[in-house]
Ligand binder design. Sequence first.
Ligand SMILES: Cc1ncc(COP(=O)(O)O)c(C=O)c1O
Length: 382
Amino acid sequence: MVADTVTETDAGTRLLGEAIRGRFPVFERKVYVNSCSQGALSNEVRAAYEEYLAGWDEHGAEWEHWVERAEAARVAFAGLVCAQPDDVAIQTSVSAAVSALVSALDLSGERNRIVISENEFPAIGQIAHAQELRGAEVVQVAPEPEAYAAAIDERTALVCSTLVSYRTGAVHDVGAIHGLAREHGALMLVDGYQGIGAIPIDVRQAGDVLVGGTVKYLLASAGLAFMACRPGLVTELLPTQTGWFADENVFEMQIERYRPHRSARRFDAGTPPVPNIYAGVAGAGLIAEAGVLAIAQHVRTLVERLVAGVDELGGSLAAPALGPLACVRSTDAPALVTALAEEEIVASERDSSLRVSLHLYNTADDVDAVLAALERHRALLA
Ligand SMILES: Cc1ncc(COP(=O)(O)O)c(C=O)c1O
């Protein structure tokens, strides 16, 4: 279930729109509505990379500090999804996280089914199908809970649902789907990449395992992701895709046995992606400073404005836009992206739709600029 309570961080400032966009230089030149692809670069994230380089230059191998930064990232991600830091693993990508998770599942017996929806990101579908080599049966369903219900039974090991579809913008009812998984003793994985940072979510209620990364709404760059588990789950899982940072004591350097850490660190793998961690802590810090609930409310207002404008233009959406991403159907989406780019509007496309995603730094003026451009290119609306 998507969290609906105001947390302490959310009670803070209205550090949104005009009040924060000065920290993101891209807005001096562009109308940037492409956070679904890559969050905008902030001064803070740039400074974090510079701090990493300066420290490396000044002190040499700052291992202790670098490991401390990884722990700071764990705490930051935990805070964003209502998890305990000990239930959060640091990963280099969602693909790595999900591969590690499925490596902990026994798929050789009767409970070998993995249920995915047609809205999953390719990483999820492809990793699920790779498990066919280990005995899994993959069932793909429509994104609605009713369709999941028809596929989930006592043969189901894992249920996967995206939180927000990268291709339609649809927000899945992960609470209802999780209820179905629980009823049948299956584990539920929520891919929160297209929502975390712009939609409040609570891992204690939504799914057993929640994965996300820093590239989009967490405002950092590639090479850092995380996996958060509901309380009590970690010790039930023994990943066979592992690495030395997953050991009970990484600094003991033992090679005698597999000795997974008692916490979600058992899903950590090799040397942490230190530069990306510096950036990720800074990006997640900006989100925490603004507050996820406040961001979600801000984004909602902007998305509603966009949807009303698209409707007035006679356009349509690939799915109701209840999250930060609206997918505007087009007769030629690549041409529409190019046309907008010529007007300094940065958007993206997937599946015959223009993707417009809105985040804490966007304003009503950004939305109006997109709508004005869509009006000029009305012929490309479907
Ligand atoms: C929903 C979703 N999941 C996963 C990913 C990417 O995962 P990875 O970190 O493995 O590149 C993306 C990237 O676009 C995404 O939109």
